[in-house]
Write a new protein. Structure first.
Length: 163
C-alpha cells in the first residue's frame, strides 16, 4: 500500500481523496484546521449561473462540483438558492438568454414572476421585472474540512505535536 502526505491549503480534501483511493494518508496542518485560505472564503456554493453566458466551461465545472458537494457533504451545505433579478433598466429579453445558457451548462433554473421573487426575498427591489432562481447555496468550510479529515481516516496531529 502506498502512502501520501497532504500538506497544502486544500489538504483535508486531498487527504480524503487519497484515502478513498486506498492510500495511507498523513495530514499535516501548520495551525488549527481551516485557519488559512480554506476558512477565509465567502462560503458561497456556486451553481455556475454567474458564468453561464460568458464562460460555459466554468459554469459546467461549478455545477458539477456543486452536485458532488451536495451528495458527499450535504450536512455542510445550506441550499439557499440564488436569484438573478431583472430590473426596469435591464432588457427582459436577456433573461431568456441567461436561462438558455444555464440550461446548456446543465444548471437548473426556475423563472419567477416579480410576485414570486418578492415572496421568496421580500427585500428585493420591488420594481423588478422578473427573476431566475438557481441552485446556489452556502457551505461551512470548517465543517467540510473536519468532515474530510474524518473521512480520510488518516493521522492528524496538532501542530504542537511531534510526528
Amino acid at each position: 500500500m502506498s502512502s501520501s502526505l497532504a500538506a497544502a491549503p486544500p489538504a483535508a480534501g486531498i487527504a480524503r481523496d487519497c484515502a478513498l483511493r486506498g492510500l495511507r494518508v498523513t495530514l499535516v496542518e501548520r495551525h488549527d484546521i481551516a485557519t488559512g485560505a480554506t476558512g477565509r472564503n465567502h462560503g458561497l456554493l456556486h451553481s455556475g449561473a454567474r458564468y453561464a453566458v460568458t464562460d460555459g466551461e466554468s459554469a459546467r465545472e461549478c455545477i458539477s462540483e456543486n452536485r458532488i458537494l451536495r451528495r458527499i457533504a450535504r450536512h455542510c451545505i445550506e441550499p439557499t438558492n440564488g436569484l438573478f433579478i431583472t430590473l426596469p433598466e435591464d432588457d427582459l429579453a436577456w433573461q431568456q438568454t441567461f436561462i438558455s445558457a444555464c440550461q446548456q451548462a446543465g444548471i437548473e433554473t426556475r423563472q419567477l414572476s416579480p410576485a414570486e421573487a418578492l415572496r421568496i426575498e421580500p427585500t428585493v427591489n420591488p420594481t423588478l421585472l422578473g427573476a431566475v432562481q438557481v441552485p446556489d447555496g452556502t457551505i461551512d468550510p470548517f465543517r467540510l474540512t473536519a468532515a474530510n479529515m474524518l473521512d480520510a481516516r488518516g493521522t492528524w496531529r496538532d501542530h504542537s505535536d511531534r510526528l
